[in-house]
Design a binder for this molecule. Sequence first.
Ligand SMILES: NC(=O)c1ccc[n+]([C@@H]2O[C@H](COP(=O)([O-])OP(=O)(O)OC[C@H]3O[C@@H](n4cnc5c(N)ncnc54)[C@H](OP(=O)(O)O)[C@@H]3O)[C@@H](O)[C@H]2O)c1
Length: 227
Amino acid sequence: MNILITGVSRGIGYELAKKFADRGLTVYGISRNAEKLKELEKYSEKIKTLEADLTTSSGVAAVGNWIKQKETELNFLINNAGAIVNKPFNEISKEEMLRVYNVNVMAPTILLQQMLPLLKAASLNHVVNISSMGGVQGSVKFPGLSMYSSSKGALNTLTECLSVEFEDVNFNALALGAAQTEMLNEAFPGYKAPLNAEEMADFIVLFTLNAHQYLKGKIIPVSLTTP
Ligand SMILES: NC(=O)c1ccc[n+]([C@@H]2O[C@H](COP(=O)([O-])OP(=O)(O)OC[C@H]3O[C@@H](n4cnc5c(N)ncnc54)[C@H](OP(=O)(O)O)[C@@H]3O)[C@@H](O)[C@H]2O)c1
């Protein structure tokens, strides 16, 4: 079985790549940081990586071509790459808005258009979109996260929409609570999360491999608190 994971150079994605390789899956990982990708490849020969910027058309096309050259079917896709900006709404530049929406919404959307034929070809498939509690309707919202949380809200709704449009592909989204990663440290310096990246990855691995048997088109909160 094989899996494509975006955002594997650090944080949750880095841990996911290692854990799926440990379980014997062929792991295809994408990020921009070539040095970190080379380091990750050394962990296991099951891990293959490609340096690509998912906010560019050429980057997403390169990922699509890379996978199609190597595989005729794809079992799992985790849209994990994410971008955040934590700033008062009026101070957010257009460039920052576009960066967050491009990484969190447009990249998974365009990548999915490319990968759907391979996912449909696999008798066992599951697309897991990594979202956030902030994108869940009625959850506590934090000042400064307008672009980030609204982009994750869009990813949640995209998950529900695609689930009804493609009956032969399993889609779910995980709305994560806080995990101690570089992203969290950069956006909220000093904040102490209840889980680290590895612990969060443990849950995501189990969910990806099993949950499609029980859930379809669902947004699942993954949080130790009830915000
Ligand atoms: N940590 C949390 O508390 C938390 C909470 C809720 C949801 N989440 C979500 O969980 C996911 C993983 O978060 P994390 O905390 O592990 O984040 P992270 O440490 O910042 O890692 C993000 C990954 O995304 C990749 N990435 C960013 N922009 C990219 C681009 N343009 N093209 C290709 N790859 C790109 C980064 O690699 P390069 O920089 O090398 O490209 C990196 O590997 C994200 O979707 C995030 O929104 C996290």
